[in-house]
Design a protein around this ligand. Structure first.
Ligand code: MRU
Length: 364
């Protein structure tokens, strides 16, 4: 997607052909800063401190993290250590484990001298495939928006989203936002309610920035506004992303998604979740019970960062000193609250049967 008229992906190889460039998402929307990753540790830290975030982009960064590690040392021991280091960075987004599995399967059985080139090739292919996959998700989700638009000719379709599942959460296009970009580009009048998404404000800082850069009308709302907007008939559709989808259709996404799904059901509003195949964890049969939820630093709850009037980026404390804070970063929305899953292969029911109808090769 474009930033100030220039096309970007969220991660790309530097002109030198080996270092890896990313957009530092901790600086957005105030500063557009490109950071260059040179080592395995750079890649691991970028994921941990959320310079990169969003399930597919976490996976892509980990893939390049393996490349950077192999550049220093292509031995089995170094490969295993790199894999273990990256796997520890963030526990919930399954794309991380998926991408690492793909990288290991590619290089593990190769002679040491062949590993580096094969790793860079595979990481690049994973990134290209992510872009294609998300474009397909966009086309499949577009039909849902077109149907709603057809039912209210000349009127705007209002879509609520939570967190950021846009192009900077993936390599390009995004998952939840891909259908919205496509609808907008096709001339369908769309408007997005962007939940601010406390504690890290990915909605206010990233989703709104992305949509604004592309010219998509949007409004930031506090996380607690969604139910009210739905009650008042101001939301036609909810689309979110997911960090891990269980084989029964339960979806794990940014904390607060579950509450939106409950409100959507109470108000008869379709609640869709957009995801690539790499976000499905076929080994988890019950998402509510078995998806590990990342617990992050309470500091993210007690403090806020943003731009002060003098232009400087500052961090402020919003709580009384000494108050403890809990910070579960994700929650799981049970499949029964999900109207459908938008994948690169089509839209299906959020259930084992629904997923298997699109991914029959997973039938045992
Ligand atoms: O903690 P984050 O910012 O990595 O969480 C991101 C989300 O919850 C997204 O909705 C999810 O990864 C889907 S991204 C296409």
């Amino acid at each position: 997607m474009k930033v100030a008229g220039k096309a970007y992906r969220s991660i790309w190889l530097n002109d030198d052909g080996w270092r890896v460039d990313i957009i530092d998402q901790t600086r957005l929307p105030h500063e557009f800063e490109i950071v260059t990753l040179k080592t395995l540790e750079d890649a691991a830290r970028a994921i941990e401190i959320m310079q990169v975030r969003g399930a597919p982009l976490i996976g892509a960064t980990a893939a390049y993290g393996i490349c950077l590690a192999l550049r220093r040392d292509p031995s089995d021991e170094a490969l295993e250590a790199a894999d273990a280091r990256l796997r520890r960075t963030r526990p919930t987004a399954i794309n991380l484990m998926w991408a690492l599995d793909e990288m290991l399967a590619t290089v593990r059985n190769l002679p040491r001298d062949d590993r580096l080139a094969a790793a860079y090739k595979r990481a690049g292919d994973l990134c290209d495939a992510d872009v294609e996959t998300n474009a397909a998700i966009g086309r499949n989700g577009l039909k849902l928006i077109e149907d709603i638009a057809a039912g209210k000719p000349g009127e705007t379709v209002h879509i609520l989203t939570h967190c950021n599942a846009g192009w900077i959460a993936t390599v390009d296009w995004g998952t939840a936002l891909a259908p919205i970009y496509m609808a907008h580009d096709k001339g369908i009048p769309v408007h997005v309610w962007a939940d601010e998404t406390r504690p890290r404000n990915q909605g206010a800082a990233l989703t709104a920035w992305e949509l604004g850069s592309h010219g998509v009308p949007h409004t930031i709302v506090v996380d607690n506004a969604g139910g009210h907007l739905m009650q008042k008939g101001q939301v036609d559709l909810v689309i979110t992303g997911t960090d891990r989808t269980a084989s029964n259709g339960d979806v794990c996404n940014k904390i607060g998604t579950y509450l939106k799904a409950l409100a959507a059901q109470d108000n008869d509003i379709p609640f869709y979740v957009a995801l690539p195949h790499s976000t499905i964890d076929w080994s988890v049969a019950d998402g509510v019970a078995d998806i590990p939820i990342e617990e992050r630093d309470g500091d993210e709850v007690t403090h806020l960062s943003g731009r002060a009037d003098d232009g400087s980026i500052v961090k402020i404390q919003v709580s009384a000193p000494g108050s403890g804070a809990g910070n579960p970063a994700f929650d799981v929305t049970p499949a029964r609250l999900v109207t459908g899953l938008i994948t690169e292969r089509g839209v299906c029911e959020a259930s084992t049967e629904g997923l298997l109808s699109l991914y029959p090769e997973r039938k045992t």
